[in-house]
Design a protein around this ligand. Sequence first.
Ligand SMILES: [Zn+2]
Ligand SMILES: [Zn+2]
Length: 219
Amino acid sequence: MAVRRNRSLRPAPVAGRHLDDGHRLSRYADRVAVRCHRCDAPGWVLADWRPYQWTARFRCGNCSVVMDSTAGDWAGPVHYSGRRPCGYCGHQWVCACVSGKPGQPAPTVVPGLCPQCGRSSEVSVSGQRVRDGEANDPHFGLALLLVEPTRAGVLWAYNADHLQALQDYVVSPLRERAGVSNGSMFSRLPGWMKLGRNRAMMRKAIERLLVKARHDQRS
Ligand SMILES: [Zn+2]
Ligand SMILES: [Zn+2]
């Protein structure tokens, strides 16, 4: 049976050429495959973009834990930092920072060493959610489901559409950008993903994740 393609719907792609249209990672953030932070079961974070913020929700089908962005829920990494003048010599500044672990009490003061006199002062710190942490969902910081460690780095994706976009990019020997800003998803990929020598390895890793994504979509 002959297959007819409808070419009128979108501009004909040039064979072997990938065109970066400038879309951001957030295009894929409305449906994020994650693991529950309480029981590790796979599930979905579903999110709506209404200018100018996301409303997101997660409900675990296994343990029924619920996360809601309107309640400020967060289960991901938090970075605590602060600064003060040295308590001994007055040097500005004594800085302190520490990474918070999910489930542990938030630190309020952290010792910081003075770069001038070398003595330690207590520094008040405040926390900031790490939203661009590797392999975390951007809404609640949950661990992503679609994660594949490779010898070059960790490959991760929010969902099957995201994987497909990465696949299209990886298999193209020619990559072009159409007046694109630095915020585009493709321009922000780590360097190892852009290397031709990693193409075959990435392709296999993405295919493994696509199988996983299709399997979890059914369940
Ligand atoms: Zn759960
Ligand atoms: Zn000092």
